[in-house]
Ligand binder design. Structure first.
Ligand SMILES: *Cc1c(COP(=O)(O)O)cnc(C)c1O
Length: 848
C-alpha cells in the first residue's frame, strides 16, 4: 500500500535527539566524515536503503529505534558533541574574517545547477559540481556567499541500459518535503512567493526553498505552486528544459526571480544585501537587467543604473565553443521582456542591445539574444576557468572589443578547483600525513581503495544486468570482474562528442591486447550519461557497452550506468590512472582529473584545460595532440591521438605500475598528493575569486554611487559621440639612429574633437615586430600632453620609448578612454589607431 503522506521529521524526534534534525538539514554532513558516521549509526540498514540520505533516513526510522537511541547515553553524548561542533563551524571566525583589505559584506552566487550531494540531485555535470564545490569551499573559508538557483522537480535523469546497451532515461519525481530543504517564509510563517509577469497577462509564481551548505544558504526557486497554470508549473520541471521558450522562462526565473528571492531573504533574515553578484555561466544573465530595473525605478536612468550594476558584477564563462552558449531569438526575448511582460519599465531597445551579438546575423537568420554577451556587458569583471580557456575565451569574444588584440580583452582566468573534503576518500583522510607512509604502506592504501572500487563495480554491474533482463543464474561471471591487483584506468564524464568516450576503442585489437596482457594487464571502468536528445552520444555509449559485454574482455572493462556524485567519489579514489582525451581545446577546465589527483591517482590526459598548465612528468602523462594535423581531418586526428594513447599505456604507464619495487610509481603518487593536490583545491580557487574579483568588484560597487554612475554614464555617452573625431594625426621620432639601451624620442599630434586631454590616455605600444609587422611582446608607454591644440586641432603628446631588444623594432600610437571608474582601458571598447597603423624603424636597433 502506498502512503499518501509522510510525517515531518521534527514531529517524531524525541527531545534528546532534536539536534539530529540540525545535523541532517545542514549539508555539511556530506563533507564531514564524523557527522556522516554518526548519522549512519542511527540505522545502518536504513542509511543504505536511503542512499546515504539522512533526511530520508530520519523519515523512515522506527519509533522503537528512536526511543532506544534517546536512551543510549553514549549516542546522545556523541550527538551533542557533533551538534556543538557544527555550531562552532557556523559561527567561528575563519579565513575571510581574518583576511586583509576591503572585502564585500555579502556575495550572491547564481548558477543553473548545484551539485552538493547525491541527496540533493540538482546537477547534470561539471558546471553544477563546480558550483557545489564553490559554495562548500566558501563555507569552509567563511566567505559570505549566498547561492541562488532553481529546484528542478525531476533533477537530472537517471540512466539505465536496455539489453542492447542503449541508454534509457527515467525522471523520478522529487518531493521537496523529502529533501534537505526548508521553505522560505515571511511574517507569521506565510510562504514567500516570487512572481514574474508573462505576456498575455499570465504570471509565473515560485516558492523559495532554502538549503544550508555549511555556513552558506542556498535559495532554490520552484514553480510547482498552486495558482500557476500547468505550463508555468512546469517551468522548473527538469534541468535545461527543451525548447527555446521553456529555457527562456527558466532563465528569467533564475535571473529575475532569483534577485527577488534574494531581496526577500535579506529582508526576512536581516542578512546584508549582496554587494557582489557572481554569475556562474550566462544562464543567470537576467540578474543584470533586473537590478538595472530596481535602480531605474529610483529615477537613476538606464545608463547610470547599468554602470552601477556592472561595477558589482562578476561573470564566469565556461564554454570554449559558441555552440555551447544559450541564445534566444531576439523577438522571443522582446515578447517576454518589455511592454506586456517583465521589466516593462525599462527602455526595451537598450535592454535588447545588452544581449546583441557584435556580428550582424547571417542573411536569412534572425538576430539572437546571447546570454554570454549579456553577461559580459553587465559584468565589469569576467573570467575563464583555466589559463588556456581564458585565452580561448578572449579570442572567442574579441568581437566585443574591436580594435583591441585578443590578449587585451578584459577576461581573466581563475582555474577551477575541487573541494578536498568532498572528494578525498575517507581512507586517505584518516591517514595523518601521506608523505610519511612507507612505500609498502602507501601501496597498501592505494590497493585498498582499488579493492573497494572493485567490489562496488561488481555490485553496480549486477544491478545493471538485472535491469537489462539477465537472470541471477547468468551472472556468476560478475564475481570475477576486475582484479584488485590490476592497473585500473578510469574514464567518467558526460558524453558530448568532443570528450571522445570511444577513442580507446579506435583499434580494438590493440586495446584488447592491453586489457588481456598476461604479464601487465590493464582494466578500465567507464561511466557517463549522454544528453537525452543526443542520439550520437547514445550510440557511443552503446558501442562501448557492446565492446565490454564481450565475454573475452568483460572481466577487464566495465561500463557503469548512472554516473553521478554517489558513484564518482569511489571511482576517483579507486582508479590508478584517470584518462582524459578531449579534442583540445574544447575542455574548458575539466575537474574529474583533479579529484583523482586528490586521491593519488595519476593523470593520463591531452594537454587541455587545467592539465595544460599543471601537467608534469611527476603527476602523469601527456597524450600528444594532433590539432594542427592534416588540415583538421578529424578521423586522422583521432587515429594519431589514439595510437599515442596506446603507446603510452604499453611503453610507460603499465611498465611503471608493474615494475618491481614500484619506486617510480609511488614517487609519482607522492608528488601528485604533495605538490599537485594543493593546487587543485576549490579553497585556492575561492581565495582567488575573493582577492582577484570579489574584492575589486566590491570596491568598484562602493565607489559607484548614483552620482558617480551618472558621471561615468555621461562620460561614456560623450565618448561614443566624439570618438569618430578622435584620431592620431601625425607621429614623429628623433633623427638619431636607435641604439640598444637608449631611447627613441616620440612626438604625436592627436585630434580629440570636443574631448579634453584629461579624458583620454595616449599610448605608444612598442615591441619587436615579425615579418608581417605584428608587434610581439608589446609594451605600452604612456605619452604626456605637451601643449596644444594647434590651428588644426592637434594636441601634442611626447614620450621617450626605451629600446630594450636588438633587432627590428616597431611601435604604434593609440588613444584610449581614461576614467578612474573604468576597470581597464578596453572596457568601453573604444580605441583610435593611426590610419597607417604600425610604424617600423626599418634600420632596426644598433648594438653598441
Ligand atoms: C567532477 C564531476 C564531473 C565533471 O568532470 P569533468 O572532468 O569536468 O568532465 C561530472 N560529473 C560528476 C558526477 C563529477 O563529480
Amino acid at each position: 500500500m502506498k502512503a499518501i503522506r509522510r510525517f515531518s521529521v521534527t514531529a517524531v524526534l524525541p527531545e534528546p535527539l532534536r539536534p539530529l534534525r540540525e545535523l541532517a538539514f545542514n549539508l555539511r554532513w556530506s563533507w564531514h566524515p564524523d557527522t556522516r558516521e554518526l548519522l549512519r549509526s542511527v540505522d545502518p540498514d536504513g542509511w543504505r536503503r536511503s542512499g546515504a540520505d539522512p533526511v530520508r533516513l530520519l523519515a523512515t526510522v522506527t519509533a522503537d529505534r528512536l526511543a532506544a537511541l534517546a536512551a543510549d547515553r553514549g549516542f546522545v553524548r556523541r550527538l551533542q558533541v557533533a551538534a556543538g561542533d557544527l555550531r562552532d563551524y557556523l559561527t567561528e571566525p575563519r579565513w575571510y574574517q581574518r583576511a586583509e583589505g576591503e572585502l564585500p559584506r555579502s556575495i550572491a552566487y547564481f548558477s543553473p545547477e548545484f551539485g552538493i550531494t547525491a541527496a540533493l540531485p540538482q546537477y547534470s555535470g561539471g558546471l553544477g559540481i563546480l558550483a557545489g564545490d564553490h559554495l562548500k569551499a566558501a563555507s569552509d573559508l567563511g566567505v559570505p556567499v549566498i547561492g541562488v538557483g532553481l529546484l528542478y522537480r525531476h533533477g537530472y535523469f537517471r540512466q539505465t541500459l536496455d539489453a542492447d546497451g542503449w541508454q534509457c532515461e527515467r525522471y523520478p519525481v522529487l518531493d521537496p518535503r523529502e529533501l534537505p530543504l526548508t521553505e522560505l517564509t515571511g511574517a507569521e510563517g506565510t510562504p514567500v512567493r516570487v512572481t514574474l509577469a508573462l505576456p498575455g497577462g499570465r504570471t509565473l509564481a515560485a516558492r523559495v526553498w532554502r538549503a544550508e551548505v555549511g555556513r552558506v544558504p542556498l535559495l532554490l526557486l520552484d514553480s510547482a505552486v498552486d495558482g500557476n497554470a500547468p505550463a508555468e508549473r512546469d517551468v522548473t520541471d527538469r534541468l535545461y528544459g527543451g525548447g527555446s521558450e521553456h529555457r527562456l522562462l527558466q532563465e528569467m526565473l533564475l535571473g529575475i526571480g532569483g534577485v527577488r528571492a534574494l531581496r526577500a531573504y535579506c529582508r526576512i533574515t536581516g542578512h546584508p544585501e549582496p554587494e557582489v553578484f557572481h554569475m556562474n555561466e550566462g544562464h543567470a544573465g537576467f540578474l543584470g537587467p533586473e537590478r538595472i530595473r530596481e535602480l531605474d525605478a529610483l529615477g537613476i536612468g538606464f545608463d547610470a543604473a547599468a554602470r552601477m550594476v556592472r561595477a558589482g558584477t562578476v561573470f564566469t564563462t565556461h564554454t570554449p565553443v559558441p555552440a555551447g552558449i544559450d541564445r534566444f531569438p531576439e523577438e522571443l526575448v522582446a515578447r517576454h521582456l518589455g511592454p506586456g511582460g517583465e521589466l516593462d519599465t525599462l527602455d526595451s531597445a537598450a535592454l535588447l542591445a545588452l544581449g546583441r551579438e557584435p556580428d550582424a546575423p547571417e542573411p536569412g537568420h534572425q538576430a539572437q539574444f546571447n546570454m554570454a554577451v549579456l553577461g559580459l556587458r553587465t559584468a565589469q569583471r569576467a573570467n575563464g576557468v583555466s589559463t588556456l580557456h581564458g585565452a580561448v575565451a578572449r579570442d572567442m569574444f574579441a568581437g566585443l572589443w574591436p580594435g583591441f588584440d585578443p590578449d587585451e580583452v578584459p577576461i581573466t582566468t581563475v582555474t577551477n578547483g575541487v573541494h578536498a573534503p568532498t572528494w578525498t576518500a575517507d581512507a586517505l583522510t584518516r591517514v595523518e600525513d601521506p608523505a610519511r607512509l612507507t612505500d609498502a604502506e602507501l601501496w597498501e592504501v592505494r590497493r585498498g581503495l582499488r579493492e573497494t572500487l572493485v567490489h562496488e563495480v561488481r555490485a553496480r554491474l549486477r544491478d545493471s544486468w538485472r535491469q537489462r533482463g539477465a537472470g541471477e543464474s547468468e551472472l556468476g561471471w560478475i564475481e570475477d570482474v576486475l582484479d584488485p591487483d590490476v592497473l585500473t584506468l578510469g574514464f567518467a564524464r558526460r558524453v558530448p562528442s568532443y570528450k571522445r568516450l570511444t577513442l580507446m576503442l579506435r583499434d580494438p585489437q590493440r586495446f584488447k591486447a592491453l586489457l588481456l596482457d598476461p604479464e601487465r594487464p590493464i582494466q578500465v571502468v567507464v561511466a557517463g550519461k549522454a544528453h537525452p536528445a543526443d542520439e550520437g552520444g547514445k550510440r557511443l555509449i552503446q558501442e562501448l557497452v557492446r565492446f565490454s559485454d564481450d565475454p573475452e574482455v568483460r572481466h577487464r572493462i566495465v561500463y557503469l550506468p548512472d554516473y553521478g556524485m554517489a558513484m564518482a567519489r569511489g571511482l576517483y579514489a579507486g582508479c590508478d590512472v584517470w584518462l582524459n582525451n578531449p579534442l583540445r581545446p574544447l575542455e574548458a577546465c575539466g575537474t574529474s582529473g583533479m579529484k583523482s589527483a586528490l586521491n593519488g591517482g595519476l593523470n593520463l590526459s591531452v594537454r587541455d584545460g587545467w592539465w595544460d598548465e599543471w601537467c608534469d612528468p611527476d603527476f602523469g602523462w601527456e597524450i600528444p595532440t594532433a590539432d594542427g594535423l592534416s588540415g583538421g581531418d578529424p578521423e586522422r586526428r583521432d587515429a594519431v591521438e589514439a595510437a599515442a594513447l596506446y603507446r603510452l599505456l604499453e611503453e610507460q604507464v603499465a611498465p611503471c605500475f608493474y615494475a618491481r619495487g614500484r619506486g617510480r610509481w609511488l614517487e609519482m603518487v607522492r608528488a601528485t598528493l604533495g605538490r599537485l593536490g594543493p593546487k587543485v583545491l576549490a579553497e585556492r580557487m575561492v581565495r582567488e575569486y575573493v582577492t582577484g574579483l570579489y574584492a575589486p568588484a566590491a570596491r568598484a560597487h562602493r565607489a559607484m554611487d548614483a552620482a558617480a554612475a551618472a558621471d561615468l554614464a555621461a562620460y561614456a555617452a560623450r565618448l561614443q559621440r566624439e570618438w569618430p573625431n578622435v584620431a592620431v594625426g601625425h607621429v614623429e621620432t628623433g633623427e638619431e639612429p636607435p641604439v640598444l639601451g637608449g631611447a627613441l624620442p616620440l612626438r604625436a599630434g592627436i585630434l580629440l574633437g570636443e574631448l579634453e586631454p584629461a579624458e583620454v590616455e595616449v599610448q605608444a605600444i612598442t615591441g619587436t615586430v615579425d615579418e608581417s609587422d605584428q608587434l610581439l611582446n608589446a609594451e605600452p608607454v604612456t605619452l604626456k600632453p605637451d601643449g596644444g591644440p594647434d590651428l588644426e586641432g592637434h594636441w601634442t603628446y611626447t614620450a621617450d620609448l626605451p629600446l630594450r631588444h636588438p633587432g627590428p623594432f616597431g611601435y604604434t600610437v593609440r588613444v584610449l578612454p581614461s576614467h578612474p571608474l573604468l576597470a581597464g582601458a578596453a572596457e568601453l571598447g573604444l580605441v583610435a589607431l593611426p590610419a597607417g597603423d604600425l610604424a617600423t624603424e626599418e634600420t632596426g636597433i644598433l648594438l653598441r
